[in-house]
Design a protein around this ligand. Sequence first.
Ligand SMILES: C[S@@+](CC[C@H](N)C(=O)[O-])C[C@H]1O[C@@H](n2cnc3c(N)ncnc32)[C@H](O)[C@@H]1O
Length: 207
Amino acid sequence: MTLSPDAAFWELRFAPERFAYGTAPNVFLAAHAARVAPGQRWFVPGDGEGRNGVFLATLGAAVDTRDLSPSGVAKSRALAAAHGVTVNATEGDLRGWSAPAQYDGIASVFLHFLPEDRPAVHRAFVEALKPGGVLIVESYHPEHLKRQAEGSRGGPQRADMLYTPELLAADFAGLTAVSMHVVDETLHEGALHEGRSWLTRAVFQKP
Ligand SMILES: C[S@@+](CC[C@H](N)C(=O)[O-])C[C@H]1O[C@@H](n2cnc3c(N)ncnc32)[C@H](O)[C@@H]1O
């Protein structure tokens, strides 16, 4: 099967045996583990090689994921099996994806879209949350371009794909902002997310 150029881009990163972003969960998501209860239903868009979906499944959540990369999806399933859990990992594009209000939580971690694609995808996340459901977002901030120039690894190399709190607040205007912070922290999340990084971290809740 021929992959789209976007899928091929990610496939190149995930086809090797090593986990590009490691197997440990994203630090910000892990810090919010208390928000996850057994039996809840979570969606992890763009879960790559599965580290965050698997983490949520180990907390007892029923987890659906969707990612462009076939190797990423295969590694997600294998990582889940290695942890003794299952994740409903599916291959596919989030552009055009939609779901009814069925999730208790959505974790969007380092998932960056072009400005022409982002609002519709983010709208679909809002629609897919149940009332009371939470959305946890970690992304690179535009200031991070400076860190990339200094040698930090991670994130798109164009400002219009990086997110400020204001941008997220506008996209997720239908949700209540629980917290929003810009931080300058050192990441060690696999070989491809490494070094001092400007990040936007946010938690939203559906009324
Ligand atoms: C930087 S990686 C982050 C992976 C994962 N969230 C993590 O933190 O380990 C971005 C991920 O988003 C996925 N992605 C990007 N655009 C996508 C799209 N339009 N539809 C589905 N997945 C997408 C890529 O395949 C890749 O796995």
